[in-house]
Design a protein around this ligand. Sequence first.
Ligand code: DX5
Ligand code: ZN
Length: 219
Amino acid sequence: MNPLVAPSVLASDFANLQREIEMLNASEADWIHVDVMDGRFVPNISFGMPVVKAIKKHARKPLDVHLMIVEPDRYLQDFKEAGADSLTVHWEACPHLHRTVQTIHELGCRAGVALNPHTPVDGLEWILPDLDLVLVMSVNPGFGGQAFIDASYRKIARLRELIQRVGSRAVIEVDGGVSPDNASRLVEVGVDVLVAGSVVFKAHDPQATIATLKQAGRK
Ligand code: DX5
Ligand code: ZN
């Protein structure tokens, strides 16, 4: 099975966002990954609802919104209204994660939970049956263009086992430092969705890079 590919617009040219989204529409990308950062959960600020809305206006693929923000419950409805198809919140930012996931589902979005590199996968056991997606951060969240953390391979393999054991439908998404060099190994250990920012948007031919990622894991 080919992985899904979700290019992260964080690395795109914001002054030409419409052109960048049209490039993704015409590519083999499956989802458009949208990184929201608040300067509190992570040490960087990206953009908020108005930009998500602007992306939605041109996107012909689902918006995969990754909320790197504290108290995400306060903004779930706003992001849904801005055009999110899936909403991923951070495990570390949600004391009442079950309720947060319920709210995301009530809004009609796919619900995802993201784990920082140090966060164990075992903490997901009781919420996994309710999730559509688990996002494994393979860099510390906050910035594009960082080096992939090698421990992520074992972590993903462990998560794959846990998902099977509890019988969850959740797909595994990996985010941070993903490139054609590590994509096949990631798919082999259990990844379903590859997020890639800088490797796509800094490429000479972004659509060709997306096509290469799409072939990851195929023998
Ligand atoms: C990082 C973001 C990522 C980022 C990935 O905090 O969650 O989605 O855009 O960028 P690359 O692929 O450059 O590591
Ligand atoms: Zn992300």
